[in-house]
Structure formats: C-alpha cells, structure tokens
Write a protein that binds this ligand. Structure first.
Ligand code: GBH
Length: 477
C-alpha cells in the first residue's frame, strides 16, 4: 500500500477563516465581512476580524506545516486584498480595478516561504469572499459581469505568483456559494431567493444563475491561464467541488434513483458542465426549466476546463425519494439505515458522520463518471467539545485520529485496490479557525488555537497524519 512519488500531502486553509486584519494593507470588505457583522448570522456572534491572526503570524504557521511533514499547502487568496477597490464607489461596470501591491506582497511572501521549505503552494482564487464592492456595483455573482472581473483578478494572481505556484484552484465549493448563499441564506451574501417566481413554486432561479456565472468565471479564468500563462509557468488548474457519497437508503429503485439525483444536484450541477459540457438531465428537469443555458461558444470554453477534479468531502448520506429540496435533488437524507443501525460514527456536528467506505465509493464514482485525476483538497473532522475542554485535554483528539485512520485507509484502498487516480490529500484544517456560520464553536484544526492568546498547540492528529504520510509515501523512483 503506497502513495505515488509526486503525491501532495498537506493541510488546507481559507483566507477569511484565518487571516484577520480586515483593513490592513488596503484590503476592503468582502461579502463575508458584511454578513458576519449582521446580528444573528453567526452562531456565536463572532466575525473573522481577528480569526487566527494569520496575517501577522503566517511565518509561524508555515513552520507548523513543515513540522507536520507537509509537502504542499492549500490556501486561498483574498480577492479584496490583491485588487484595490478603494475607489470602487466611483467605478462603474466594466472598470478593471487596479492591483494592490501590498496585498500581493503578503501572498508572495507566503508562497516564497513555502517554496523555501520544500512545500508546494496551491492557491484557491475564490473561497466565497466576493469583494463587497462588486456585490454593490452590480450584484456580484448574480450578474454575468462578474466573469470579466474574476478573470482580471485571476490574471493578476497568475502573473504575480505563477513563478512559485504550480497548482491553482479557481473556485471552492460553488454549490455552497450558490445554494447556502442564495437559496437558504445561511452563508454570505445571505440571500433567500424568492421561490414563488419559478414554474414549480419551489425552485428559485437565482441560485442557478449564480452557479452558472461561477462556472463561466471558472472556465474563462482557466482559458486565460492556459492561453497566457501555462505555456511558460507549466502549472495545472482546476475546480474544487464538494461532494458527499449519496448512498441509496434501501435497495428500492426509488432510493437508487433519488441517490443519483442527489449526486447530480449537488456535484453534477458543476461537474457535468465542466467535464462533460452540459448540465445533468435530472437537474434540468428538477429545476423545472429555469436552469440558464450556455451558448455554443461558452460550451467550448466550459467543457474540459479543469485539469483535475478537486474534491472536498467530509461525510456520506443515505438517500430516499420524497424530499422537497431542489438544490439537493428533492430527496431525503439521513444517517440511519432501515434496520436502525447508523452510518459510521457521529461527530458533534449534525451534518457530519464518519463513514470511510462512503469515501472509497465516492472516489470510485467520481473517477468512473468524470475520468479525471482527483485532488482531495479537503477532508477532516470537527470537534465541538474542544472548546469547553482544557487545552491539555483538547489536543488529544482521539476521535479525529479515528476519522483520519478510516479516511486515509479508504484513500489507499481506492488508489491501490481500485485503481482510482488520486494526486493529493489535504486535511482540513491546519488551524482551528472561523467556521463560517458556526463561528469559533466548531474546531476542525489539527492545531488548537487559543483565541485569547493566539497561541498554537499541535494536536495528536497532526502527528498521526505526519507519520501516516511518512509510512506510505514512496520516496524512491
Ligand atoms: C468546507 O465546507 C469549506 O470549504 C471550508 O471552508 C469549511 O471550513 C469546511 O468545509 C468545514 O465545514 O447546510 O446542512 O450543509 C463544507 C461544506 C457547508 C458543510 C456548510 C456543512 C452546513 C450544514 N459545509 N454546511 S448544511
């Protein structure tokens, strides 16, 4: 059992979840700054204003990566740090806002330090933090105009970091941004779209429009990279989607087709256009005809616009027919089988149960369906209790180790037994951090962060993962 020589092993983070310093170096707000400051949006009433203070402590955090044996680091760039929106109120649609050299300097220093330590930097361009200026200017991702602005920003990044960065991820989990941000309103920009305007009276158009523009933004950014940068920089670029193993609740045809419909609605919504050139047929009918369509020219740009499939995955779900949620395939999902037994073991967070076999099935499904190398860009386990435990106890994160044991074994089995091509494993996350609408209540880190002192404490899981990689990585040709 082993991992290929060029396998990337490391940890992932996202800008708004760790950086803090929201106004430093000319940064302007993103939709997450606005949203988290609204009362009632974040469970513990917190924001990312300070977070892990990574903006000033980044060098120590990269040292942690090194000590955990990582050969790669996935982090996201904050759009509103590297593009200067300080004059945005005077700008109109079509303005290409200038570069912000101070923001660029910050991320270049991080990438340089990684390279110096033998850690390959992998950049996510969009991890949900749309510049508020663009939200105000024309409605952010609800409008096609954003594609030009996203490509402009992406080109600034390719130009500024591309000598150091050879792995690019355009978008993180567009499903979350579209559905959680525009249908349920639990993520920024917090919109709960009007569902009465759709033919079925349940499906709103807006989340699909947002998803459509995200796909186009991704595809045109990839085109720019391939046309202008890849020939000299020789990196690869793709998208990261979130996926669950949706497993039939029982062996009835109803459950089986519902599970497939859920896969289509959650992951196929983005994966099918990007890898196959069209939306899934089941999503087209599920949406009651409100899905936007691509022009012939757009299809040529969208189809094949990812060098790999970036995969964020945490859990599995048992699917039955009969739900009422258009963005999850109008299915019902749960963790309890017909015989009353549970799927895997529980975390302290309702949506996540650990089920390693589901991960192995999912890897096989994605490999078979999309036939492209898979980069696992996030996988991890939350612990709520860590917040109330004394630090010296919280760092002994036995349950998280149990999760990683199962999931890394499933990964090895998929690679070595099933022949699935998997090129990376990034654990979520390097640090405990701002867990979006959950605030700081839920900790996903392999490093405990004491938010009062900003002191970092490696948890046992960090050591466990380090040893796992050392044991399984082929270093010889
Ligand atoms: C990823 O999101 C994110 O990329 C990362 O930033 C995040 O910190 C990490 O995983 C851990 O959550 O409305 O029932 O889906 C994973 C997607 C979005 C899953 C919010 C849980 C809330 C429950 N997550 N979702 S539900």
């Amino acid at each position: 059992m082993s991992l290929p020589k060029d396998f990337l092993f490391g940890f992932a983070t996202a800008a708004y979840q760790i950086e803090g310093s929201p106004t430093a170096g000319g940064r302007t707000p993103s939709v997450w700054d606005t949203f988290s400051h609204l009362p009632g949006k974040v469970a513990d009433g917190t924001t990312g204003d300070v977070a892990c203070d990574h903006y000033t402590r980044w060098r120590d955090d990269i040292a942690l990566l090194k000590s955990y044996g990582a050969n790669a680091y996935r982090f996201s760039v904050s759009w509103s740090r590297v593009i200067d929106f300080s004059n945005a109120s005077k700008a109109s649609v079509g303005t290409r806002d200038p570069r912000n050299e101070e923001g660029i300097k910050f991320y270049r220093a991080i990438a340089e330090e990684c390279v110096r330590l033998g850690i390959k930097p992998a950049i996510t361009l969009f991890h949900w933090d749309t510049p508020q200026a663009l939200e105000d200017r024309y409605g952010g991702w609800r409008r096609r105009e954003i594609v030009g602005d996203f490509v402009h920003y992406a080109k600034v990044c390719f130009e500024a970091f591309g000598d150091l960065v050879k792995h690019w991820i355009t978008l993180n989990e567009p499903w979350c941004y579209s559905a959680l941000g525009h249908a349920y309103g639990v993520h920024a920009p917090g919109r709960t779209s009007d569902r009465t305007k759709s033919p079925e009276g349940n499906t709103a158009v807006e989340p699909y429009v947002v998803g459509h523009n995200l796909i186009l933004g991704h595809a045109y950014a990839v085109k720019a990279y391939r046309d202008l940068f890849a020939p000299t920089q020789k990196g690869s670029i793709g998208v990261t989607l979130d996926a669950l193993a949706y497993l039939p609740y029982d062996d009835t045809p109803g459950s089986e087709s519902a599970a497939q419909r859920a896969m289509d609605a959650r992951t196929g919504w983005f994966a099918d256009p990007i890898y196959k050139g069209h939306y899934p047929a089941s999503l087209t009918s599920l949406s009651g005809g409100v899905l936007p369509s691509f022009t012939e020219e757009e299809i040529r740009v969208v189809k094949g616009s990812s060098d790999f499939l970036g995969l964020n995955t945490y859990t599995s779900n048992l699917i039955q027919d009969g739900g009422n949620d258009p963005y999850n395939g109008k299915t019902k999902g749960g963790f309890v089988r017909p015989d009353g037994s549970e799927l895997g073991f529980k975390s302290h967070v309702g949506w996540l149960q650990a089920y390693p076999e589901g991960f192995r099935k999912l890897l096989n499904y994605l490999w078979k369906t999309y036939q492209t190398p898979i980069f696992v860009t996030e996988n991890g386990f939350p612990v709520k209790d860590e917040t109330s435990l004394p630090i010296e106890q919280a760092i002994h994160d036995t349950n998280r180790i149990r999760y990683f044991e199962g999931y890394t074994q499933a990964l090895l089995d998929a690679i070595n037994e099933d022949g699935v091509v998997v090129k990376s494993y990034f654990a979520w996350s390097l640090l405990d951090n701002f867990e979006w609408a959950d605030g700081y209540l839920t900790r996903f880190g392999v490093t405990y962060v004491n938010y009062k002192t900003q002191q970092r404490y490696p948890k046992d899981s960090a050591k466990w993962l380090k040893e796992w990689f050392e044991k399984n990585h082929q270093k010889l040709d």
